[in-house]
Design a protein around this ligand. Sequence first.
Ligand SMILES: [Fe+2]
Ligand SMILES: [Fe+2]
Length: 300
Amino acid sequence: MADSNPASARISATLIGAAEVDTAVRSFLRTTPPHRRWDVEHSFDWGAADADRLTEGERSAVEFITLIEDHLPGYFAMYDKFFPVDDTVDLDVFEHNRELYHFSVRWAQEEDTHARVLKEYQIASGIADPASLRHQLAIEGRKRFDVDYDHAVQFFTYPLVQEKATQIYYQRLRNVVSDPLLREILGRLSRDEARHFAFFCDMVEQYLKKYGDAAIEPMREVIADFRMPLADTIRGYWRWALRIADTATYDHTDAYEHLIKVVNRAVDAKSNKFDELVDFVAACRSLSVGARVDVGETVN
Ligand SMILES: [Fe+2]
Ligand SMILES: [Fe+2]
């Protein structure tokens, strides 16, 4: 094993096979036939964008999700660090990473489109002008996004929860905003996030099938330490996050139950480890609901 890249060397011992990754990637790529693809330049009537139809909280939510999506270079760099496609890894690991790369470049292209469509909406609707928006995004964008897991399954568990949480948020925000163009954009975004979520589910299922209980404890650790992206770097993140959550009646722990569903589907004989994970997720959920009550928010 070449070890000039310690980060990838550490996790390469717990990978699934390249063929399993290939299967998951193929099924992901099949979810976007050419007639369902969209882009910023051709798919929207930008002249109809109207931020006057939004509340202050909804405008703030648009600004928040633009920042999160715009951090794509930081998220994408993670694949390069932990799943390199070069001579720092052995051949079998390279095969795995090369298959994963087919996903990560398509995923990155889609997430970059998310960032661009939200920026375009801010500009077209009058929320921001291009120069100050670019500057604002640069301030947060240059901050480092760091994840540091020991087990490969964790790199798929984290985005499974995060993509689901994002999908739920976009759906709920879509349900409350009054600008039809923004509703259309959020509809497109939430469908993409659902497809991303499905890919990570497929990957986590493969890990559970190969490693069983040995994969469950690392997954529990991901939930124990879970924060949405940029929670540690955006100034005033928690205050802002609570406010945007309130705008769309949202709680990111809503996504946790989807992790349990994946484990349920993948594991036939339920072990003590599985029961512990279910209990743990339930405890995280009730803690989160308790926290919302503490800050005087409505719990639905
Ligand atoms: Fe996205
Ligand atoms: Fe996504």
